[in-house]
Design a protein around this ligand. Sequence first.
Ligand SMILES: [Zn+2]
Length: 193
Amino acid sequence: MNPGPIALGHVCDAHLARHDAETLALALLQHGARVGVVHWATGLKSTVLAGWYRQLHGRAPPRGPLPDSAGSMIRTRTEHAAASLFGVVYAEHRRDGAIGRMIDPHGLVRAYELYLALIDGPHAGVLGINQAWIVARDLRAGLAAIAWCPACEARYIAMRDAILIGCPLCALYARAGGRASPRRAEHRDATSR
Ligand SMILES: [Zn+2]
């Protein structure tokens, strides 16, 4: 950010901050973020944000509470794998240190857009941005952590108080008829699969 002339510094900074908040708000709203999440991330007025949501999506913004935690929200291994992919990307892109105890909302948007690119765009079963925000919040709060699977060597989200324990990729692989551990499989003779 350019500091600008000293006499106008405050004005410019305020304008830039405002512009930055509005750009961030629009990016979040375009992805379908809840007004409450966008208000938290940008500090812009909820009534203004609700109007923008209506303009972007042609309907009123949804209401009602978001899930308390990633652990209560993620109920299937497919959702767990999606949350893990986002969580790993976000962990690489967040700048928590720069803004103290907060989640990094710019990092959230960058990581979410990269996540969408990795899975080849939005489709059914994709992690929504509000769910992504909950994952980011839980990672920040220590309610979730990035774990490492010694069997398939993937990183995944381990959530406190979750129904789903262990690596989602190994679980999906086993469900699809694969062996639970590719490493163990290396030591076996080839069978029918
Ligand atoms: Zn695994």
